[in-house]
Write a new protein. Structure first.
Length: 156
């Protein structure tokens, strides 16, 4: 016995398909995506916050004479690796990830130069410039990110 599709079953199927299309396509003919703060976005924010604090602490210890250059370079290198292992979905967080990575590299170069009794100024200047750039990217994206559930205020 072959199953028969009744008019009512056909109508229900058509409504479900049409409803699904409207949900994903919307009235503009373009796919609608609602970005929420994804777990990978939250992970990036947490990792970045932790590693920025770690580098700041190591730097303060170094400036006070309580840490060796190699220790601070290790923190900068580890911070770089930690941030590179994240994969945020939001474009502003992805951009910030790249900027912070470059900042960690430049800061490590500054400490290396200082340890070799060379002028670290160029590297420090770049590192602080990159930090300011990351801040600007996050400050500009803060409100839209907040509306999606991402709190970047700890990074500002």
């Amino acid at each position: 016995m072959k199953p028969r599709i009744t008019a009512a079953a056909g109508l229900v199927s058509a409504v479900l398909v049409l409803g699904a299309l409207m949900l994903f396509v919307g009235g503009t003919g373009q796919a609608q995506t609602v970005h929420v703060c994804s777990p990978t976005d939250r992970q990036f924010i947490g990792v970045a916050q932790l590693n920025m604090a770690s580098l700041s602490s190591a730097s303060e210890d170094f400036l006070r004479g309580g840490a060796k250059p190699a220790s601070v370079i290790d923190v900068a290198t580890q911070s770089l690796q930690n941030v590179q292992r994240t994969h945020p979905e939001d474009p502003s967080l992805t951009k910030t990830r790249a900027i912070l990575g470059a900042m960690f590299v430049e800061y490590g170069k500054a400490i290396r130069a200082d340890a070799k009794h060379k002028d670290p100024g160029t590297y420090i200047y770049r590192a602080y410039g990159l930090a300011n750039f990351a801040h600007d990217v996050l400050a500009q994206a803060q409100r839209p990110l907040e509306q999606r559930g991402c709190d970047v205020s700890p990074l500002l």
